[in-house]
Design a protein around this ligand. Structure first.
Ligand SMILES: [Zn+2]
Length: 395
C-alpha cells in the first residue's frame, strides 16, 4: 500500500500555510476541495480556519464539517455565489491559530508523557486552546509532584527534543507499535503515531492531530492552576506574560506585608486562622448570651427588649446564633463596623418596622425583614439610646 496517498497535508507538511486547490463540490455555504490543508478537528484539537482566495476575492472558512462523504469547508454566506465547481482557488490557513494549536497539542503530549513516566499517572481528558492546555488525570497531584512535572517538561523543551510523525497501516501498527504506544486507534486502516524524542524512553501516542517539529518551539510550560486531578497550563508568550503579571501582583503584596515567599504564605495562613478562632469565639459568646436572654431583657412599652453593645460581632455570627433564640423577644445589637442589628422573635414587633423608623430618623442606610434587619449607624451618636427612645414611644 502506498501510504503517501493517505497522508493529508496537515500531517505531511504541517508548516505549509497555503496551497492551490480545485473546488470539487458546492452545497450552499459548504465547499469541498481536493486538498487537505485544513485540519478538520478531533482528538481535542479544534479545526483550522482560514480563507479561500478566488479572483482576488477572499471567502472566509468559518468551520469544517466532517461528513460521510468527506470534509466540507463551511464558508460565510457570500461564498456560493462566487465559487463554482471545477475552478482553481488558493487555500490559506489562519496560521496564528493553527500554530498555537500545534504548540498546545504537542505540549499536551509532553505533559501526559512526563506524568506517565514520572508518576505512572494517566491522562483522562485533554483540551487545548490558544496557548492553553487543560488536563484531567487519573490521580490527585501534590504541589511537589506538579513542580517535578513542570521541571521535567521544561527540561525536555530546553533539550530541543524532536517530534516525529509516523504513518503506518494497521498490520504494521499491530506488529511494531501496539504494545508500546499510548492512546486508541480509529477504525481507519491508517494509523498515525506521534513520537516525542528520538532517544531512549521516548513517548509514542496514536494521534491524528497537528504538531510542531521540535519541542523547543513551545518555549516553556507554565502552571496556571491545579485542583485535585485537574491541571491548567499556559505555554510560550501567553505563559511568560501571565507569570510576569502574577509576579508583579506578588511584589505588591510583598511590599504591603513586608514578607516574602514562604514567609508571606505562612503569615497569611496565621492571619486566616486567627480570624477563624475569633469568629468561633464570637459565636460561642453569642450563644451564651442568647441562652439566658430572658435574664438580660428589660420591659419597654410592655415588649421584652434586649440591648447589646458587641463591637466584635458580625452578621454571620448573629444569624447563626439567632437560630437558637427563645420566642417573644426583640434583640438589638450594635455590632462590628457600626452596624445595628434587630432580631425579632416577637410576632407583634417587626424588626423591619423598628429598623425603618431608625432609618427615617437618621437618614442611614439599611433593610431587612420582620425577623432580621440591619442599619448602618456610623453617623449616629449613641444609637442604642435612640432605639430605646423609639421603643418607648411606640404605640
Ligand atoms: Zn494528540
Amino acid at each position: 500500500m502506498n501510504l503517501k496517498n493517505f497522508s493529508p497535508i496537515y500531517w505531511s507538511a504541517p508548516y505549509q500555510r497555503e496551497v492551490a486547490a480545485r473546488i470539487i463540490g458546492i452545497n450552499k455555504n459548504r465547499v469541498k476541495v481536493d486538498k487537505t490543508l485544513f485540519y478538520p478537528s478531533g482528538g481535542g484539537q479544534l479545526s483550522d480556519l482560514g480563507l479561500i482566495v478566488y479572483q482576488q476575492q477572499e471567502i472566509k472558512v468559518v468551520g469544517i464539517e466532517k461528513r460521510d462523504d468527506g470534509n466540507w469547508l463551511q464558508i460565510d454566506s457570500a461564498g456560493d455565489s462566487i465559487l463554482e465547481e471545477g475552478v482553481e482557488v488558493l487555500l490559506q490557513l489562519d496560521w496564528d491559530r493553527r500554530y498555537s494549536f500545534m504548540k498546545s497539542h504537542s505540549s499536551q503530549h509532553l505533559i501526559s508523557h512526563v506524568l506517565k513516566r514520572l508518576f505512572d499517572i494517566e491522562t483522562l481528558k485533554a483540551n487545548f486552546d490558544d496557548e492553553r492546555i487543560d488536563i484531567e488525570v487519573s490521580k490527585n497531584l501534590s504541589e511537589a509532584e506538579i513542580l517535578e512535572i513542570l521541571l521535567e517538561s521544561n527540561r525536555l523543551i530546553n533539550e530541543g527534543e524532536e517530534v516525529i510523525s509516523i504513518i503506518v497501516d494497521k498490520d504494521e501498527y499491530k506488529r511494531k507499535y501496539r504494545d508500546v504506544a499510548r492512546g486508541k486507534i480509529s477504525n481507519e486502516n491508517i494509523v498515525r503515531l506521534i513520537q516525542l524524542g528520538a532517544g531512549e524512553g521516548y513517548d509514542l501516542t496514536c494521534c491524528g492531530g497537528v504538531h510542531v517539529k521540535n519541542l523547543s518551539e513551545i518555549k516553556g510550560i507554565f502552571l496556571d492552576v491545579f485542583k485535585g486531578n485537574s491541571l491548567k497550563f499556559f505555554i510560550d508568550k501567553h505563559g511568560i506574560d501571565s507569570v510576569n503579571r502574577e509576579r508583579i501582583l506578588m511584589i505588591n503584596l510583598e511590599e504591603v506585608t513586608a514578607k516574602k515567599g514562604e514567609k508571606l504564605v505562612e503569615m497569611l495562613i496565621n492571619k486566616l486562622n486567627e480570624g477563624k478562632i475569633l469568629q468561633e469565639g464570637n459565636l460561642r459568646l453569642l450563644k451564651m448570651i442568647f441562652s439566658e436572654i430572658a435574664y438580660r431583657s428589660q420591659e419597654i412599652n410592655s415588649n421584652k427588649i434586649v440591648l447589646l453593645n458587641l463591637p466584635e460581632i458580625d452578621r454571620q455570627a448573629l444569624q447563626s446564633a439567632a437560630r437558637e433564640l427563645e420566642k417573644g423577644f426583640l434583640i438589638v445589637v450594635l455590632g462590628r463596623n457600626d452596624i445595628l442589628y434587630f432580631i425579632s422573635t416577637n410576632e407583634e414587633l417587626s424588626a423591619k418596622k423598628i429598623n425603618e423608623i431608625i432609618i427615617e430618623k437618621t437618614g442611614s442606610k439599611g433593610g431587612g425583614n420582620k425577623g432580621f434587619a440591619q442599619v448602618n449607624v456610623k453617623n449616629v451618636e449613641n444609637p442604642l439610646s435612640l432605639v430605646k427612645e423609639v421603643l418607648t414611644k411606640l404605640n
